[in-house]
Design a protein around this ligand. Structure first.
Ligand code: CA
Length: 438
């Protein structure tokens, strides 16, 4: 892996909060977001350092950057910076790292461009043209498949194709925005005909979101060896799912309205370069089909897996009223994924499909092999048949109005500084009654 001075675990920042051992945003991370203060209308691009945001549109920061990078950093979203490519991203990271280091001669000039994160509101980090959601956890695919098709949990194409469907970009929202319970066609148990009603099986899915940086021209696939040059960075992604709508609609063309009502992402995009220390070897079990040549690359096998730990927690209305802490639902690492991010990119473009800067690729629910590593309620509760018992003795088969789900992500490795993805939260609001209820 190409590590450089920005990954040095000995680096400390003159922003003291960045040096705390549990900080999500140490100087080795430097993720980017679109933010504004509550008084402002326009979003700006910022980099997180400890509990502060460095305003990249500030002239004292721009003075450290090449003109093209400085210009891209004056936009309200990251698309232009994403399209500039890895050399520009690396230039930005290096110069921010040097300016924010303890002992930097830039400290006084740069300190004027800091804003406390608790004063900030966040927007979507990019204009998202397209959202594609993959299905890369074989543990999730098998568990959900067992509920939907007990006779054949894993379909025969799963071990050959990084399965995906085209999601909905317009309903991707940033952490903190509420999620309205969807209504739709649902076929209730024992009934021959569907009704239109509010979902009773609302669920979350713990995923990683991958932002595409540089796109590819139409009809020019991205070879797997080059895939990471097109990856700008990652966010947390909650693919809210209405299981009862999904069960009735998903065959033969896949999920549609069961997923398109809302997707929540975290505001901070952690760059590809910051993730390098946390990449791991990726292996395919010997007895399984080995990837076809366009999905096979020795470099990807050497370090294509990402050891990012994802957690989901819940706070219910009653827990909130009683002042109880959030309850852990699951914890699992993305390194268990059956397909790598490079394989997702290579497969997405093998037919010549063009990716565009700001496109969002979901990894699919990241469940690990253990029972406590399942990234959705449908898995944790065996399809709702075995409700979870929460610490205050409430039971949950699926989400109820007022429930708040929080995703968290972090990377830890001996010899490197812990780095985090922040959080992605969403609270469920009651749905509007459907028109002409059946
Ligand atoms: Ca999903």
């Amino acid at each position: 892996m190409l590590l450089n001075e920005t990954h040095d675990p000995a680096l400390r920042s003159w922003v003291q909060s960045a040096n705390a051992p549990e900080a999500d945003f140490p100087i080795q991370n430097l993720p980017l977001a679109a933010f504004r203060t509550r008084q402002e209308r326009q979003f700006r691009i910022g980099a997180a350092i400890g509990d502060q945001i460095l305003d990249l549109s500030h002239p004292n920061v721009a003075a450290l950057l090449e003109p093209g990078v400085a210009r891209a950093c004056r936009d309200p979203v990251l698309n232009e910076l994403m399209a500039l490519g890895p050399a520009a991203w690396s230039h930005l990271r290096l110069n921010l790292s040097r300016a924010l280091r303890a002992g930097s001669d830039q400290q006084d000039r740069i300190a004027t461009a800091l804003i406390a994160q608790d004063r900030a509101q966040y927007g979507l980090p990019a204009r998202i043209g397209d959202f594609t959601d993959f299905y890369t956890s074989i543990h999730h695919a098998t568990a959900v498949g067992r509920l939907l098709r007990p006779e054949q949990p894993l379909l025969p194409n799963y071990k050959w194709i990084p399965i995906a469907y085209h999601g909905r970009a317009s309903s991707v929202r940033v952490s903190g925005e509420e999620v309205t319970r969807p209504a739709g066609q649902i076929k209730l148990p024992g009934s021959e005909t569907p009704v239109v009603t509010a979902s009773r099986k609302l669920d979350y899915e713990v995923e990683l979101g991958v932002f595409v940086g540089v796109g590819n021209p139409l009809a020019q696939p991205i070879p797997i060896e080059e895939a990471w040059n097109h990856v700008f960075g990652v966010v947390l992604l909650n693919d809210w799912s209405a299981r009862d709508i999904q069960a009735w609609e998903y065959q033969p063309l896949g999920p549609f309205l069961s997923k398109s009502f809302a997707t929540t992402i975290s505001p901070w995009v952690v760059g590809e370069e910051a993730l390098r220390p946390f990449r791991r070897a990726w292996t395919r079990p010997q007895q399984d089909p080995q990837p076809l040549p366009y999905l096979q690359d020795p470099q990807d096998q050497a370090n294509g897996a990402l050891d990012i730990v994802l957690e989901a927690t819940i706070v219910t209305t009653a827990m909130r009223a009683e002042g109880q802490p959030a309850a852990l639902l699951s914890r699992a690492s993305c390194r268990h994924a059956y397909w790598t991010i490079a394989q997702m990119v290579a497969h997405h473009t093998v037919n010549g499909c063009n990716l565009v800067a700001g496109d969002l690729l979901g990894t699919g629910t990241q469940s690990g092999p253990g029972a406590a590593e399942a990234g959705s309620l449908i898995e944790l509760t065996a399809g709702g048949r075995e409700p979870l018992m929460l610490p205050n003795d409430e039971r949950r088969a699926f989400l109820e109005d007022g429930d708040e789900i929080c995703l968290r992500g972090y990377c830890e490795r001996e010899g490197f500084v812990r780095t985090g993805l922040g959080t992605a939260t969403g609270r469920i609001l009651p749905g509007a009654p459907p028109m002409n209820p059946g």
